[in-house]
Design a protein around this ligand. Structure first.
Ligand code: BG6
Length: 290
């Protein structure tokens, strides 16, 4: 539907106005179906709440809003490499797009009341990541949150991309929740130099947990009083993370708040990384709701 109607529900604001911490430009969406806050930097969704539902995403009470730094919470997109850059560990963790300016390329209010926002990002190719690429993220904001990614390799040859939507979900106490949907799946344990292990039953978080599940199922459920459902298409890796108390104490934007979130991240990393030929593109989708 019309861009005009979308304008009535999409407002530009900033982190000073919304959180009392100036620093980043934000987009506030309010429709009869949901409320969302998005940082144009990184096309990072910070808040999403469907009408009559509890908030879907966790935004750290200690989050910082600084240009060039990722905000702790919501859904940062880690790309074109996930985690530590294995070729050069001195490069920034989780790639470069989460801390860069993106452009809001368009918005449409659909007939069913859902709002679609489209963001785009172009990387020219440089010393951080040699291949040029183009990235589009479409957010469909309704009762369900739907994220679509399209990534196009614009480099002259084949390039490898690993990435994830690094989603932070709110929980009352991370020690009391379970994640279902990863049973009997192999993982790389990032707390033990990526040793391989197999997840037996449901996943729990008694302390630091940092696991990369390759070739994972496309559906998970975070079991709390108000469960969260995660379904993806063409995301073959799932990463689960909570730093636990000791590590969190060293993270200024987490600290004592570590109990209040769990990360269940969908993407394609490690064995599932995308190898794209020159000019080739690939797509993935994530559906989240509670
Ligand atoms: O602090 P960052 O760079 O946002 O990363 C947070 C965590 O992100 C997770 O995805 C990784 O598996 C962890 O190893 C990492 O610590």
């Amino acid at each position: 539907m019309s861009e005009l109607q979308a304008k009535d529900t999409v407002r530009r604001t900033d982190s000073g106005e919304l959180y009392g911490k100036p620093g980043l430009e934000l987009i506030l969406v309010e429709t009869p179906l949901c409320r969302a806050v998005i940082a144009e930097q990184g096309a990072q969704l910070l808040e999403f709440q469907a009408a009559d539902r509890e908030p879907l995403l966790w935004l750290s009470p200690a989050a910082r809003f600084v240009e060039g730094r990722s905000v702790r919470g919501g859904i940062p997109l880690c790309l074109p490499w996930f985690g530590i850059n294995r070729a050069d560990p001195h490069k920034p963790k989780h790639g470069l797009v989460r801390t860069r300016p993106w452009s809001l390329a368009g918005s449409d209010l659909e007939a069913d009341g859902e709002l679609e926002l489209r963001f785009s990002f172009d990387h020219p190719g440089d010393e951080l990541f040699e291949a040029a690429f183009h990235c589009e993220v479409a957010m469909r904001l309704g009762r369900t949150l739907t994220l679509n990614l399209r990534l196009e390799n614009r480099g002259p040859g084949e390039a490898e991309y690993s990435w994830a939507w690094h989603s932070y979900f709110p929980v009352e106490n991370v020690r009391e929740i379970e994640v279902h949907g990863l049973e009997n799946t192999g993982y790389l344990d990032n707390t033990r130099q990526l040793q391989r292990a197999i997840q037996g039953g449901s996943l729990t978080f008694p302390g630091e947990v940092d696991r990369v599940f390759e070739n994972a199922a496309s559906h998970q459920r975070i079991v709390t009083d108000s469960p969260i459902s995660l379904t993806s298409e063409n995301c073959n890796s799932v990463v689960t993370w909570n730093p636990g108390g000791e590590l969190a104490a060293e993270m200024a934007d987490v600290g004592e708040h570590y109990r209040g979130f769990v990360c269940v991240e969908h993407g394609n990393a490690f064995a599932n990384s995308w190898r794209l030929a020159a000019g080739e593109s690939a797509k993935a989708t994530l559906y989240l709701r509670r």
